[in-house]
Design a protein around this ligand. Sequence first.
Ligand SMILES: NC(=O)c1ccc[n+]([C@@H]2O[C@H](COP(=O)([O-])OP(=O)(O)OC[C@H]3O[C@@H](n4cnc5c(N)ncnc54)[C@H](OP(=O)(O)O)[C@@H]3O)[C@@H](O)[C@H]2O)c1
Length: 245
Amino acid sequence: MKAMITGASSGIGEAIAVTLHKLGYELLITGRREQRLNDLAHRLGDERITVQVLDITDSQAIKEVADEAGVVDVLINNAGGALGLASAQESELSDWLTMIATNVTGLTVLTHAILPQMVERHQGTIINLGSVAGEFPYPGGNVYGAAKAFVRQFSLNLKADLAGTGVRVTNIEPGMVGDTEFSLVRFDNDADRAASVYDGMQALKPEDIANLVGYIVTLPSHVNINTVSLMPVDQGFGAFNVSRH
Ligand SMILES: NC(=O)c1ccc[n+]([C@@H]2O[C@H](COP(=O)([O-])OP(=O)(O)OC[C@H]3O[C@@H](n4cnc5c(N)ncnc54)[C@H](OP(=O)(O)O)[C@@H]3O)[C@@H](O)[C@H]2O)c1
């Protein structure tokens, strides 16, 4: 069995690679940072791991990698992230477009490329990394939340189309996951600001998401988990914000 994981060079994707490797999967791990991927492959010490540099915003490269990959049993659409936490009116358009290119377009193009061989073989599992941001708005979430809302609805609509094909689709929507580079990337490598996000609370760990993935892929083939929303116990929901004049 072969699993392809995007964004395996850090955080959640890396933890998922470790878990699927333990479960005996042959791995195709991708991301932009080749050294990080090589380090992971070396750490796992398994020649059944293929490292492929892939920028998920490059549609042509995605198609070439998917063609070369051949049979993929499990596709983990994990690459993505947020850029900035500015209000919509203060955001950089380039950040918005990059978030759409990674979280939406890249995931869509890769899914389109991998799906036919799954349907043909009547077997396959696609797991997308959405976010609670795709369901619950928060100030500064703007395009990141909208992108993850796309992932949520795309996953459900894939499920609608794939009924009867044997292909499973799950959207995992985590709240705060620490020990990743998510906040570092969001805050443009400001390590102090990134660390402060998780100050005094216990965030989810990448392994929590990886364990969930391990559970989902080992379920009997007739079982499809549609959506999983999970949060740290220390995270909750905010009240509506009212502007008073
Ligand atoms: N951490 C959280 O609190 C949280 C919560 C909910 C959902 N999520 C979602 O979980 C997923 C993984 O995030 P994480 O928390 O593990 O953050 P992370 O440590 O920053 O990992 C993000 C991964 O995505 C890859 N990536 C980013 N842009 C890419 C591009 N253009 N092409 C290829 N790969 C790219 C990165 O690899 P390279 O830089 O090497 O390319 C990296 O491996 C994301 O989709 C994120 O939105 C995270």
